[in-house]
Design a protein around this ligand. Structure first.
Ligand SMILES: [Zn+2]
Ligand SMILES: [Zn+2]
Length: 330
């Protein structure tokens, strides 16, 4: 099969031909139709996430169809269309797994990081961690739901209840969470890099009531803010934008250092928290909710062989909505 292989930090992914993997017990072999690109992929290839299983096939927003069942898999049949998210496996036994917090599992293994992912024609996944894809979503439009959508959803839940939501960084996750937030009665205020007029226009198209530069103060005090951009200086900016009791949710897996903050911007019961990974329950809830909103994803498509160009476009902020590798539309 064709695959894009990550072998060394700082080097582009290499197009290779490797054998089609065999599903082990409890696993499924998937024919990959599409695989979304995520900022986490950049953190992996740039070496900011330091524990990849090399050589590695990245990609953790996989839409594919079941091509072969490993021993003991009864959940799916051949041909079923499924999605594979970032959470690839958990231990099921640690104190986090036993308390409904498998996203924090001490021994979790992540797709496209410690398990091979979807930048390839086939991949193998643990059947227990795959999701059926809701009907009505073509492969390309479904792929971004699996991380941008899921992490965005978990971040929104962590933002709590309120009416005025700030979103810092308007990429794949933001464009989805904006739609869900509006559906739940929030007014969305979008913050982008100061010179990113296209990003601000995109945010307004998606239903943001206001869009401006990240250092600006929004016209109303916010109830909560979600930061998707990996820039630590946004944390004090967001704390200054939220009112008393407001929460600032950091939705990314990596962020540059947060500068020192004066206590008075945290005072008034403001809080800062991160969101880590996802649980299968998040996936089930979000994939049931998405068609009701209905969430529509804007995608920029690339062929598998252009994975490096797609990552560069994401890095430079040139990508509108979510980037998706199209592997075999079918
Ligand atoms: Zn991701
Ligand atoms: Zn565990």
């Amino acid at each position: 099969m064709r695959a894009m292989l990550f072998q060394e930090v700082g080097k582009p992914l290499r197009p290779v031909r490797v054998p089609v993997p065999e599903p082990g017990p409890g696993e499924v072999l998937l024919k990959v139709h599409a695989c979304g690109i995520c900022r986490t992929d950049l953190h992996i290839v740039d070496g900011e996430l330091t524990e990849p299983a090399l050589p590695l096939i990245p990609g953790h927003q996989i839409v594919g169809s079941v091509a072969k069942l490993g021993d003991g898999v009864e959940r799916f049949r051949e041909g079923t269309r499924v999605g594979v998210p970032w959470l690839g496996a958990t231990c099921g036994a640690c104190r986090y797994c036993r308390s409904g917090r498998e996203n924090l599992c001490d021994h979790a293994r992540f797709t496209g990081y410690q398990r091979n992912g979807g930048f390839a024609e086939f991949t193998v996944a643990d059947a227990r961690f795959c999701f059926p894809i809701p009907g009505g979503y073509p492969d390309l439009q479904a792929a971004p739901l699996l991380c941008a959508g899921l992490i965005g959803y978990r971040s929104l839940v962590m933002a709590g209840e309120g009416e005025r939501l700030g979103i810092y960084g308007f990429g794949a996750a933001a464009h989805i969470v904006t739609q869900v937030a509006r559906f739940r009665g929030w007014r969305v205020y979008a913050f982008t890099r100061p010179d990113d007029q296209a990003g601000q226009a995109f945010a307004r198209e998606m239903g943001a009531v206001w869009a401006g530069a990240s250092h600006e103060r929004p016209p109303e005090e916010l109830d909560a803010a979600i930061i998707f951009a990996p820039a630590g200086e946004l944390v004090p900016a967001a704390l200054r934008a939220v009112g008393k009791g407001g929460v600032v949710v950091c939705g990314g897996i990596h962020m540059s250092d947060i500068p020192p903050i004066p206590y008075d911007i945290l005072w008034g019961e403001r809080s800062i928290r991160s969101v880590a990974n996802l649980t299968r329950r998040d996936g089930e809830e979000f994939l049931a909710l998405a068609p009701k909103v209905p969430v529509r994803t804007e995608v920029t498509a690339y062929p598998l062989s252009a994975a490096n160009e797609a990552l560069d476009d994401l890095r430079s902020g040139r990508m509108r909505g979510a980037g998706v590798l199209v592997i075999d539309e079918g």
